[in-house]
Each structure stands twice: as structure tokens, then as C-alpha cells.
Design a protein. Sequence first.
Length: 216
Amino acid sequence: MSQKKVKTITIYGKGGIGKSTTTSNISAALADSGLKVLQLGCDPKSDSTTTLRGGGYIPTILDTLREGLAEHAFTVTSSDFMSVYASNNLFKGIQKYSNTGGALLGGVIANSMNSTYHQAIVDDFVEHTKTKVVEYVPRSVTVTQSELQGKTTIEAFPDSAQATVYRQLASTIFNHNESKVPAPLSENDLRAWAMKWADTLLAIESGEVRSSGASI
Ligand SMILES: Nc1ncnc2c1ncn2[C@@H]1O[C@H](COP(=O)(O)OP(=O)(O)OP(=O)(O)O)[C@@H](O)[C@H]1O
Ligand SMILES: [Mg+2]
């Protein structure tokens, strides 16, 4: 029997941004396609696998598992500045440890996208940091309904548009091999970048700029 190499990936992102939800759906989609998946959470709330286990809780493994777990790192971000800020900090960490066997960056999972301006902000951030978006995941009530049932969207609503997005994301991650060192923005550059978007959004809101992202 041929021995297949285990692929190890890690998912980061600001608190509450959608890491557990997105990751559980990726795991469910990969398991659905016949793969064996082990999802480990480093989450003090120990809820990252909740929807995979019908809503129950298990003890955290935060204290027993530490570093060196993954080769490919992905970050979940929305277009909110604090979320972009957390991703930029992750990029700094990846850059710092890139020479000593740390995980490299696979890409950015853009979560809670429900306006073209959300997408434009994340697109601009990845361009500035020499990274890429691996999937745009819409904010969807289907996710809320799945969570209320204690399930992933893949299980609760397998035929939904949202499940299709998670399956596509799972497939992209499964086939992904080339992770890179990102180019994080300095504190000053990130601040300047944010101010530019503050001005742009203000201009869109006041009608000064007409764009497809005008529906803030
Ligand atoms: N695309 C989405 N559409 C609708 N709701 C979403 C989406 N992504 C996440 N959510 C909801 O946002 C809330 C927070 O998500 P989640 O628990 O996955 O975040 P997290 O990053 O794991 O948080 P923490 O840092 O606290 O572990 C959940 O109630 C989840 O259902
Ligand atoms: Mg979580």
C-alpha cells in the first residue's frame, strides 16, 4: 500500500472572524470527498470542532500542542481594519520564522463578503502584501442556520450556494502546494493604507465617487 504524505495546514485570523466556521466546513468538505481529516483547535473556548460533533464540547488541547504543526498557513479575514491588522501581524510572524522551518503563507480566506467594497478592500490588502485571496466567502444566513442546528453548512445544507463555496475552498486548499513568504506592511504603511480607504469610503458614502461598491 502506498504511503501518502499528510498535508498540514493552519488557519489564523482575528478573534470572532469565522475561523472555526470556515475550517469546520473545509474539514467536512474534504471528509465528504473521501479524505481523512484531523482538525485540531488551539482555542481556549474549545469550540472549533463543535459543528463537526453535533454541537457537543470536548476539552482543549491548547496546552499539549504547541509549535511546528503546519507547513501552510491561511488567514481568515474580513474587510474590517482590525481583522486586516491581525492578518498583517500574522504575515510579520511568518516572515520572521520563514528561515527556521515555520509555516509559509498559502493565502487569505476573505470571509463575510457581502458588498463589492468588502472585496475591493481585501483585494487591495493582498496586493500590497504580495499575497492572494484563495476564496471569497459570503456572509450568509445559511451559516447561522447550520450553527443553530449544531452542524457545518456542508452537512446541514449540502446543496446550498454557501456549501459550494466551502467545497471550492476545500479543494483549493487541498491542491495548494506553493506557500510563500508574505510582505507585511509596516505600522506606518498600514496606517496610510487604512487612511486611504477611510477617504475612499467617505467619498463613496457622500456620493462623490460612483462605484459598484456604493451600497455601504
Ligand atoms: N460567512 C459567514 N456567514 C454568516 N455567519 C458567519 C460566517 N462566518 C462566520 N460566521 C458566524 O460568526 C460567528 C463567529 O465565527 P467563528 O466562531 O467561526 O469565529 P472564530 O474566528 O473561530 O472565533 P474565535 O476567535 O472566538 O475562535 C459564528 O456565530 C459564525 O456562525
Ligand atoms: Mg474559533
